[in-house]
Design a protein around this ligand. Sequence first.
Ligand code: EPU
Length: 424
Amino acid sequence: MDKLRMVGGTPLKGEVIIAGAKNAALPILCACLLCDEPITLRNVPDLQDVRTMLKLLQEIGVTVSFPDADNRNHVVLNAANIKSSEATYEMVKTMRASILVLGPLLARMHSAKVSLPGGCAIGARPVDQHIKGLKAMGADIKIKSGYIQAETQSVTGRLQGASILTDMITVTGTENLLMAATLASGTTILENAAREPEVGDLAELLVKMGAKITGIGSDRLVIEGVEKLHSAEHSVIADRIEAGTFLCAVAATGGEVLVKHCRPDTLDAVMVKLREAGLEMEVGSDWIRASMKGRPKAVNFRTSEYPAFPTDMQAQLMAVNAIAEGNSTITETIFENRFMHVQEMNRLGADIAIEGNTAIAQGVEKLSGAIVMATDLRASASLVIAGLAAQGETQVDRIYHLDRGYDRMEQKLTLLGANIQRVK
Ligand code: EPU
């Protein structure tokens, strides 16, 4: 198992290029299942979850090609000859986002069998809202032997448009129902829809494929179903979480970094908190120049759905608070168990206590290097940030979590002057 070894204490300096968003690329790859013509994608991040999704799509019968040798960011998918409508337990247990094939397969093939995801390191994460929404669209859904077995029931085989109000805001739930609704007969209204930019990016691709969607970017999506979708080209939106992670790294280590190919308009809540922490930022249409002098100031924050502060940035900003001047409270409202990094940060000398869904951090002047263990994707990123700010050597084990969602993170950090190596 790979590890990352780093010696902290070097301020970051230089330029970093942000990749396409993992959480936009995953539903976008699944959208290819909705039609029998090629979908051309650019700015697809080259990371483990994307490779897993491509493998799942290939198992279903999608042809995947990379037109430019040596460039895995440009992908062409063709679902003309689907041979299966199944996502096995083996695939879903590796990556929960495999659930995103359910809506498109059901809409196009009129049946789908997808393993029910189990629990997860950050919370229970049920998919009841995905199922409830598809049932409202006329699907017959049974849970059998650990699988969601779904079939349409109409004479034409099409799902039926419906008015759906989810009990809570769910990102992949909105994406699944949105994809399913594009091929349904009649109009679907999704109320309480997730407004995350990744949902908007998927909707933009669907519109290019011929879907009729209004309300993109709002919490009310109206989809008028069409009989067929067609070929399209799309470039995946920049990863706001990767950009935010590098901004936190600068806030924690000091230095000056130009974050390029990003979307500052999707990072408002993160930038507000980082400014409060003392990070200076100059912002252009697709870049942020961040500089940090001295020690950060502690900031209180609370995670919530977009446009509020993202849960996927909670751990990284906590790493900044760990070494900040002052005390802070950090409240996690999306997932019930997303504080697994706290014990590991404390091994680096942080002083953070957990009370229910709130972490209370007493900023310490210095962290000191140690061996720590990554428990999930964003927890890993936070430990890398803490390690880069710590004195001495830190080793982050189980780095496969990081590889699921970051495109060559240690190479990008090396270019910024960090002393960091991957150890096989
Ligand atoms: N929920 C339910 N029932 C459902 C769906 C969700 O109870 O049917 C609950 C969840 O348990 C959670 C809350 O609703 O408490 C929100 O979950 P959501 O469905 O929005 O999460 P997700 O779609 O499974 C996506 C991202 C996550 C990100 C969350 C929240 C993808 C592939 N994943 O997950 O990304 O944290 O939205 O923004 O888009 C990550 O990248 O590290 C990551 C975990």
